[in-house]
Ligand binder design. Structure first.
Ligand code: ADP
Ligand code: ADP
Ligand code: ADP
Length: 214
């Protein structure tokens, strides 16, 4: 299966993607996690991306599309993948369509996670992630780690993402509405969009998502 996950920052895309990828036996591909891994490894790509991310802007398409393509070409993505955070604007969506078409492949579904803005703000404000692996995600009230400040999965230090500051979040939400939301209509025209509520318990949302993808 080839699935795209969309939703505002803090909707729970990464959280759901981890469970869905496991249930569906496909890799979870998060462009945000790929950028953060590049930044912590000090790569050239990471250097190019950092200033855009810190400002809450999108990293330019030239950088992002190449990175996403490289990841989708890895052997583990041959049978499918769950894209989280990509595409994030219409030109990325067009580039993805072209890439898939060239391989005679297509998307199976676009899962749209709907969450009211006040809830998204609470989720982001309390989010803490692991220094070693930013796909290990916690929340100060909704998903407390066993030991404060320490990742349950790998023992890494938990911290607040720089771009989860209030001012940057406002910018990211604006970018979501102006640049990312239009891809929902783009995919709606292809009949691919399924919208679910991402409110409530994590496992309930996963259940709704699995039902919607059947
Ligand atoms: P969230 O999960 O909170 O929405 P992500 O981890 O997906 O955040 O993304 C963090 C930042 O990484 C974005 O604000 C943006 O700067 C950059 N980024 C991630 N994916 C993309 C993309 N597809 N295109 C451009 N920038 C991206
Ligand atoms: P996204 O990838 O869409 O930015 P995350 O998966 O990182 O979102 O989730 C944002 C924050 O909200 C994290 O701290 C996460 O632990 C928390 N979270 C995710 N799903 C839920 C949920 N259903 N209820 C409460 N908190 C949640
Ligand atoms: P709805 O009819 O449920 O509001 P939309 O397509 O308008 O659906 O909203 C899509 C996403 O944008 C939702 O996840 C919601 O959190 C967010 N959203 C909707 N309206 C607003 C608004 N006025 N301001 C900020 N975010 C909004």
């Amino acid at each position: 299966m080839r699935i795209v996950l969309v939703g505002p920052p803090g909707a729970g895309k990464g959280t759901q993607a981890a469970f869905l990828a496991k249930n569906l036996s496909i890799p979870h591909i998060s462009t945000g996690d790929l950028f953060r891994a590049n930044i912590s490894q000090g790569t050239e790509l990471g250097k190019q991306a950092k200033a855009f991310m810190d400002a809450g802007n999108l990293v330019p398409d030239e950088v992002t599309i190449g990175m996403a393509k490289d990841r989708m070409e890895q052997p583990d993505a041959e049978r499918g993948f769950l894209l989280d955070g990509f595409p994030r604007n219409v030109s990325q969506a067009v580039a993805l369509d072209e890439t898939l078409k060239a391989e005679s492949m297509k998307l199976d579904a676009v899962l749209d996670l709907e969450v009211p803005e006040d809830e998204v703000v609470k989720r982001i404000a309390g989010r803490r992630i692991c220094r070693k692996d930013s796909s290990h995600v916690f929340h100060v009230t909704y998903k407390r780690p066993e030991k404060e400040g320490v990742c349950d999965v790998c023992g890494g230090e938990l911290y607040q993402r720089e771009d989860d500051s209030e001012a940057t979040v406002r910018k990211r939400l604006e970018v979501y509405h102006t640049q990312t939301e239009p891809i929902i209509d783009f995919y709606r025209e292809q009949g691919l969009v399924v919208t679910i509520s991402a409110l409530g318990k994590v496992e309930d949302v996963t259940g709704r998502a699995m039902e919607a993808l059947r």
